[in-house]
Design a protein around this ligand. Structure first.
Ligand code: GDP
Length: 262
């Protein structure tokens, strides 16, 4: 099921070092320069960067339209038998607890209440199905992984559900793996990516909370993450850089999701 994207050409990866060169006048206040630098990073790392202006505008408009209406909550799935009939296209969001998943989902819809923002690690343990595009597409909010406090039996049950789901859901077009832009890929993320490679489910990295990461550190993290993805067969080569708080990288992410609905 992995799309044959060829191997990485993280758009603008080669240009990242150039992006690190501050081009602002020396008298510019540090804060303004930081904001400009952040914008440059977002522009250069945009997966839409290689498109013509017209194609880019069309892709963004499709994304905007897809997320303009609130999604309909379908159900929480705790067992494979509870899965709804397959949608034309399904996408899933996964990541460590506290990575900013709820905030990002809410920000994509421009709402506060789609996914409950919770600081309690591992609060939800179901595959939460939301329906978009009048029932053509599903967004699946996967439980945050890494809740060490949960009883082992529960963790095992959850892992089995996720494994079965990834293996047996051809309508699942892409899993977005959320990674905190300050921390990068952690062992639990690697385990999730291993599982996706093994089950040949296409996945893409989304860096979250980019507003909190220092610019130079973000550049390094992008380069390092891009390298790590080269060795991973089911990984999408481009990396989304987002901030739910500053509403950055959202247009691109919406566009990428809309592009999965033919
Ligand atoms: P979840 O457990 O993955 O759903 O994470 P949440 O969405 O609940 O976010 C965890 C914490 O990170 C909360 O305190 C959020 O306010 C914070 N957070 C989420 N997104 C961002 C962001 O883009 N920027 C910053 N600075 N903080 C964020």
């Amino acid at each position: 099921m992995a799309e044959s994207e060829g191997k990485p050409a993280v758009s603008g990866r080669q240009e990242l070092s150039a992006a690190a060169t501050p081009g602002a006048p020396a008298q510019a206040p540090a804060q303004e320069e930081a904001a400009r630098a952040a914008k440059r990073i977002f522009a250069r790392t945009s997966p839409l960067a290689s498109l013509s202006d017209e194609e880019r505008a069309a892709a963004i408009e499709r994304g905007r339209a897809l997320f303009a209406r609130p999604p309909v909550f379908v159900k929480g799935v705790a067992d494979m038998a509870q899965l709804p009939d397959p949608f034309e296209a399904e996408i899933a969001f996964a990541g460590r607890s506290n990575v900013g998943k709820s905030s990002l989902i809410n920000a994509l819809f421009g709402r506060k209440d789609v996914a409950r923002v919770s600081n309690t690690p591992g609060r939800t343990r179901e595959l939460n199905y939301f329906s978009l595009a009048e029932g053509r597409m599903a967004l699946v909010d996967m439980p945050g992984y890494g809740y060490a406090k949960a009883p082992k039996s529960l963790v095992k049950k959850w892992q089995a559900l996720v494994r079965d789901y990834l293996r047996g859901r051809p309508s699942l077009k892409r899993v977005f793996i959320l990674i905190d832009a300050r921390h990068g890929i952690k062992p639990q993320d690697e385990a999730a990516m291993d599982l996706l490679d093994e089950t040949a489910v296409n996945y893409q990295i989304v860096l979250t909370k980019a507003d909190k990461a220092r610019r130079d550190a973000l550049e390094k993290l992008l380069a390092r993450t891009g390298e790590a993805l080269m060795a991973r067969p089911a990984a999408h080569p481009e990396i989304h850089v987002t901030s739910a708080r500053k509403k950055q990288g959202l247009e691109e992410l919406r566009a990428a999701i809309a592009a999965l609905l033919k």
